[in-house]
Design a protein around this ligand. Structure first.
Ligand code: HEC
Ligand code: HEC
Ligand code: HEC
Ligand code: HEC
Ligand code: HEC
Ligand code: HEC
Ligand code: HEC
Ligand code: HEC
Length: 435
């Protein structure tokens, strides 16, 4: 570390700065040992403290006392880059770097309370991944929020900044869990996860194979992450099978990516493209799939794993049959005027990217106009379709069937029934009495 210091601070002026910094250092630690002792303790057990990377290396020296604490610099990823350029560059080229931008590309985000976004709980608690642009930072401070400037501390929590912590699947759990992406639950209750826990408990020998999230998604210590299908589970080109192609198009319309009338791409497609939310050509999809197959082959035979992943693709097509049927059922209600098009929807068609805000309004507006049948449709897509195919890829039988496929069938049943009821009650009030 001394080497880096010398490299950063050569020359006499820097020497003076250095001794100034050293004095500030003792002050930071002295005072913060009283103010926030756990934090100082964490730093003391880190590699950074062993290597003279101190409080002021990251936070600067402008803040000196209890009153001027807002002068402390809250370091973004570029500060880490000064000494960890390789990790910074790998991270920058991966999908994690889009976390904040893709969050903000979604209409639902702007309908939610700020506490859930800039405040760092809710969507923003997990999507604080990615290097924010100056403009994004300005928007955030303008709303009165100043933390969450760094995504490196999402896996290497501060102030221990540990490598070992980030190598554990637990480091992914907070974000890769729950409603629409329960990878933690799926992995930890699959044979892959069970092996890892068995090893940890000493029930399997040290050398036994146990694939972690990192082995499959951040192989060989890289910080670059990307999968073939990704989250939305749609891509181009369309499949050869006519029905499967039609179903995919229906889903793309409900995502607002294709115009429901003309089938032409909309501006939302550009937003999706900008953050690589879906693969738009065969090559970019195949590249990631081939990488994954190689990883599986560290422990399984080639045809075994190819068959497993192919099945994931084909079950997704079958799930899409149910999904498209549900979308067209709800779309017909829009067409017939039984559901009124919310002003903020891009078309007179169901719109999945407003999530549960199915009136397209801010969270406190028009609460009487939330459309329940649209909410069931959203749940079918975000919760149950996700489980169906993600459960397959993560080798979890229960998620794939009972929490996934089975629930999709149930959603479709509910949507059909709701549509019937809506038509029946609508007729009662609208049909004029014959004389
Ligand atoms: C005399 C005591 C004192 C000294 C010296 C001191 N701090 Fe602080 N610092 C505080 C207090 C008190 C707060 C919390 C204020 C609050 O939350 O109301 C704080 C807050 C901070 C924050 C959080 C800023 C924010 O925006 O929330 C950082 C970072 C920080 N200090 C770093 C440092 C560094 C680095 C040094 C040395 C250069 C230092 N402190 C020296 C008392 C001190
Ligand atoms: C390797 C860089 C690094 C070092 C060294 C470092 N910090 Fe931090 N610190 C951070 C980051 C990153 C954040 C989070 C910033 C944000 O949320 O925007 C942070 C946040 C803080 C906060 C505000 C959040 C909270 O939990 O209270 C305080 C206070 C703080 N650091 C104090 C210290 C003190 C005291 C030291 C030295 C003992 C120190 N830091 C050393 C990187 C560092
Ligand atoms: C001034 C240089 C410097 C800065 C700035 C810096 N680090 Fe480090 N970091 C180091 C050094 C030196 C090591 C120890 C390397 C070693 O042991 O091989 C280290 C080690 C680490 C490790 C590995 C720890 C382990 O358990 O092996 C992580 C993770 C890390 N830093 C993350 C960060 C993050 C995140 C930031 C920004 C918030 C940051 N560093 C800022 C110099 C720096
Ligand atoms: C518990 C953490 C968490 C919360 C809360 C959360 N997300 Fe996510 N989000 C993730 C993770 C993890 C992924 C990647 C999942 C995957 O690929 O399966 C993701 C993926 C996405 C994607 C797709 C990005 C892409 O390129 O594929 C969008 C868009 C998105 N989230 C928007 C939101 C919005 C809007 C909210 C709030 C209404 C939200 N998220 C709340 C963790 C979260
Ligand atoms: C998604 C989780 C995740 C995020 C976010 C993350 N890291 Fe890491 N990091 C890891 C993992 C996993 C390892 C262990 C790699 C290995 O096994 O060699 C690691 C290792 C490191 C190391 C130690 C390298 C070595 O071999 O000693 C450094 C330094 C580091 N990360 C810096 C960063 C910086 C800087 C950022 C932000 C740009 C960052 N990390 C963001 C997961 C993450
Ligand atoms: C702070 C929350 C957070 C943590 C911790 C986190 N992730 Fe993520 N992850 C996200 C978000 C958000 C996305 C979606 C990014 C985007 O917009 O594309 C994502 C995306 C991904 C993707 C890409 C999926 C795709 O679209 O192709 C993979 C793979 C991934 N994460 C793996 C991991 C692994 C492995 C770990 C633990 C070492 C981890 N993540 C830790 C939030 C997190
Ligand atoms: C044995 C390898 C393996 C392990 C372990 C694993 N995954 Fe995956 N993961 C996959 C495969 C295969 C896919 C689908 C890739 C594709 O689209 O072709 C995938 C996809 C993903 C995606 C994109 C959306 C989805 O679910 O299809 C995310 C995000 C993700 N995994 C996160 C995680 C996290 C977090 C963990 C640990 C809790 C984990 N994975 C464990 C193999 C693995
Ligand atoms: C680091 C080694 C390792 C990697 C990498 C790995 N697996 Fe496994 N896998 C295992 C072990 C160990 C088992 C449990 C023993 C067995 O059934 O073979 C297992 C079991 C399985 C099972 C059977 C589960 C059951 O109930 O019988 C499937 C299917 C599977 N893996 C698919 C995959 C796929 C697909 C990939 C790549 C995405 C992959 N594995 C990557 C080690 C690995």
């Amino acid at each position: 570390m001394k080497k880096i210091r010398i490299a950063l601070c050569s020359g006499a002026i820097s020497f003076l700065l250095l001794s100034g910094a050293a004095m500030a250092e003792d002050a930071c630690i002295d005072c913060h040992s009283k103010i926030s002792p756990g934090q100082v303790q964490d730093w003391k057990v880190s590699k950074h403290s062993e290597n003279d990377v101190t409080c002021s290396t990251c936070h600067g020296t402008e803040h000196q006392n209890a009153d001027d604490y807002k002068k402390a610099k809250l370091p973004d990823e570029h500060v880490c880059k000064e000494c960890h350029e390789q990790q910074f560059n790998e991270f920058s080229s991966g999908k994690h770097n889009f976390g904040w931008t893709s969050l903000n590309a979604i209409p639902a985000t702007h309908l939610a309370p700020d506490e859930m976004i800039e405040g760092g709980r809710g969507c923003g608690g997990c999507h604080n991944m990615g290097i924010k642009t100056e403009e994004q930072k300005k928007e955030q401070t303008a709303k009165g929020y100043r933390y969450q400037n760094n995504s490196c501390d999402e896996c290497h929590t501060r102030h221990a900044f540990s490598k070992k912590e980030a190598q554990s699947p637990y480091a992914c759990q907070q974000c890769h869990m729950g409603y629409d992406h329960p990878q933690w639950e799926m992995w930890s209750s699959s044979k892959h996860g069970e092996r890892w826990f068995a090893k940890k408990n000493g029930d399997l020998p040290e050398g036994a194979a146990a694939p972690t999230c990192q082995i499959c998604h951040l192989p060989d210590g890289t910080h670059h992450n990307e999968t073939a299908w990704g989250f939305l589970g749609v891509r181009l080109p369309l499949p050869d099978n006519k029905q499967a192609a039609d179903d995919r198009v229906t889903i793309l319309k409900a995502l607002g990516v294709l115009d429901p009338k003309t089938g032409n791409p909309t501006p939302i497609l550009d937003a999706v493209k900008a953050v690589r939310m879906a693969k738009l050509d065969q090559e970019s999809w195949q590249k990631e799939r081939d990488k994954m197959l190689k990883i599986c082959q560290q422990c399984h035979s080639p045809s075994y794993v190819k068959e497993q992943l192919d099945m994931g693709d084909s079950v997704m097509m079958k799930a899409d049959r149910l999904m498209a049927e549900a979308i067209t059922t709800v779309a017909a209600l829009y067409e017939e005027g039984l559901i009124e098009k919310p002003a903020n929807y891009p078309a007179n068609y169901p719109f999945l990217l407003t999530f549960m805000h199915t009136n397209g309004e801010k969270w406190d507006k028009d609460l009487d106009k939330l459309s329940y049948i649209d909410q069931v449709l959203l749940q079918m897509y975000m919760k149950h379709r996700m489980r169906t195919y993600q459960g397959f890829f993560h080798v979890n039988p229960d998620y794939a069937y009972w929490y996934g496929w089975n629930e999709m069938t149930k959603d479709l049943g509910e949507i059909k029934e709701l549509a019937k009821t809506m038509r029946a009650t609508h007729k009662k009030t609208k049909i004029p009495v014959k004389k």
